[in-house]
Design a protein around this ligand. Structure first.
Ligand code: HEC
Length: 507
């Protein structure tokens, strides 16, 4: 056997190594530099650090509900009738792909949003403070609806007696979590995905003030006395407290009692009968209550074994009922927290994935029951609130998101919008027999989110599509009464039902 010349092997290896190094360099050079492309083409509208500007923020947190394929398509082809033009003629497919991937990666260093930045972001509309304290229009100010149109980011003001659009205005991009009213129904506070709070004067149909409370926000709450506005942020991990004019009072770090971990804030709600805000934290097992009638506004913590996601209150506001993440064996769990005793008092026997944030309560058989739709199963579960036992599981055509009723109506309405085949069907349940009695359908289209008129005589639902509609049904006969064209009406809010905390709707 002849030995090969060892030198030549080394030579070959060295040559191969340098070849691979050069090839890798070339590949890197061909990889589009997404950061540079962003600075060149996108920064003017989407902002430094992708925090937003004229266009929305492009952060992983902001894009949670946007599929990567959709982001690519938007970058390539733009969004019709908006400032977002397509880039397919300026950028190659690889460059667009690289940008679409890059916007889902965290910004480094992580963006901050300080108290100084919050204060600096505030703006006030001149003259708005001296507008007359009476409606500038003719309609029952307590029976007006605000309809949030997510399709083109507008809000319609609808007269709840005549079912006519009185006014329509552009909102911030992607409103989140339902607008909140001042106690007299004059002012409305909208929260947006990107952290903007807009204060709107409904009687004079004009924006009054704006402030950016965070970079990615879940919702806002207004205190029952109208003095305070609280914002729940995912980014940064804070709550931000404002006075009614949107002046920042303070922020709260959403940090665990031991100070070690911080958390996204899932939701803040006003508990007016308790004169407090109640706050759920997404990542740490604590529920906070912040009383607002004693000046200090310091959080009182209830320590839990699991973090609470969204939650709602019983009519007495003594209990918060919230879903937790499914346990490690996949089984669902929901808990009842006694806000006075500051501890968990019951586990709820709920199947699937209850959507408690949209639950309702009503009197039944001498007791009060809670009914909640389910995000995973076609079922509405009814639970007796005295002993927290299931009274009945009502089958629906598919998993749903929203459930609504009204004190004056015998019926509760629930959608099946989480089901690809039954998303077009609303099921109407008799609150006395707990039996489904009727369905209304909008074949092939998503039909969801019911809200009643002030008197409970009409139920309004959304055809939840870009070329959608607001559909008014007679709440007794379930017949369609009227239909108004709308751009993906994702939510509607009746002034009276919201400020009186109707048992048939979430607050
Ligand atoms: C002239 C301003 C402008 C420029 C330049 C611009 N955008 Fe946009 N972009 C917008 C606006 C406005 C929207 C919101 C459109 C809407 O209403 O849906 C948007 C939306 C988007 C969305 C969808 C976000 C969501 O949450 O739905 C993505 C993704 C996006 N832009 C990426 C980019 C990228 C990447 C670039 C650079 C290649 C870019 N944009 C350049 C204004 C702009």
């Amino acid at each position: 056997m002849t030995m090969k010349n060892p030198l030549s092997i080394w030579l070959k290896l060295a040559l191969a190594a340098s070849f691979f190094a050069i090839a890798a360099d070339m590949a890197r050079a061909q990889q589009p530099d997404a950061a540079a492309l962003y600075r060149e083409h996108c920064v003017a509208c989407h902002g430094e650090q992708r925090l937003g500007g004229m266009g929305p923020a492009l952060l992983p947190e902001s894009l949670q509900r946007v599929k990567p394929a959709e982001a690519s398509a938007v970058i390539a082809r733009g969004r019709q009738a908006t400032q977002m033009a397509g880039f397919a003629d300026k950028l190659s497919a690889e460059q667009i792909g690289a940008l679409a991937r890059w916007i889902y990666t965290p910004v480094s260093p992580a963006p901050t949003w300080s108290e100084a930045q919050i204060r600096e972001s505030r703006s006030v509309v001149e003259g708005a403070a001296t507008l007359p304290a009476r409606p500038a229009w003719r309609a029952d100010p307590m029976n007006v609806f605000l309809v949030v149109e997510g399709g083109d980011h507008h809000v319609s003001v609808v007269d709840g007696d005549r079912f006519e659009v009185m006014h329509r205005f552009a909102s911030r991009f992607a409103l989140h979590g339902g607008p909140k009213f001042s106690p007299d129904g004059r002012f409305v506070y909208f929260g947006s995905r990107d952290g903007w709070i807009t204060k709107y004067d409904l009687w004079n149909l004009t924006v009054v003030a704006e402030v950016r409370a965070g970079l990615n926000m879940r919702n806002v709450a207004v205190s029952g006395d109208g003095r305070w506005v609280m914002a729940a942020n995912y980014l940064p991990h804070t709550l931000a407290l404002f006075d009614a004019e949107l002046n920042l009072v303070r922020t709260y770090a959403a940090a665990a009692a031991d100070g070690k971990a911080t958390s996204r804030v899932s939701a803040v709600y006003d508990a007016q009968p308790r004169r407090s805000f109640v706050v759920a934290l997404k990542d740490i097992p604590e529920l906070w209550e912040i009383p607002y009638d004693r000046g200090a506004l310091e959080p009182r913590r209830t320590l839990l074994s699991e973090p609470l996601d969204d939650f709602f209150f019983d009519q007495s506001y003594r209990h918060a009922l919230g879903a937790t993440r499914p346990k490690s064996d996949g089984s669902p769990s929901a808990q009842v927290v006694d806000l006075d005793a500051r501890k968990r008092v019951a586990e709820l026997p709920l199947a699937g994935m209850p959507h408690l944030g949209s639950g309702i309560t009503f009197a039944w058989n001498g007791s009060t029951v809670l009914a909640s739709p389910n995000l995973k199963d076609g079922v509405v579960q009814v639970i007796d609130m005295k002993n927290w036992q299931t009274v009945k599981s009502i089958a629906t055509p598919g998993p749903g998101f929203f459930m609504r009723s009204h004190e004056n109506s015998r019926y509760a309405w629930v959608d099946s919008m989480m089901s690809p085949t039954a998303k077009d069907t609303l099921t109407i349940i008799d609150k006395r027999t707990l039996e489904p009695v009727a369905q209304v359908r909008e074949p092939g289209r998503t039909l969801a989110h019911i809200e009643f008129t002030r008197d409970g005589r009409y139920a309004l639902a959304s055809v939840w599509e870009m070329d959608g509609a607001l559909v008014v049904y007679d709440a007794q006969t379930f017949k369609e009464v009227k239909r108004l064209t709308m751009s993906k009406p994702v939510g509607k809010y009746n002034v009276f039902n919201k400020i009186t905390r109707s048992e048939g709707t979430s607050h």
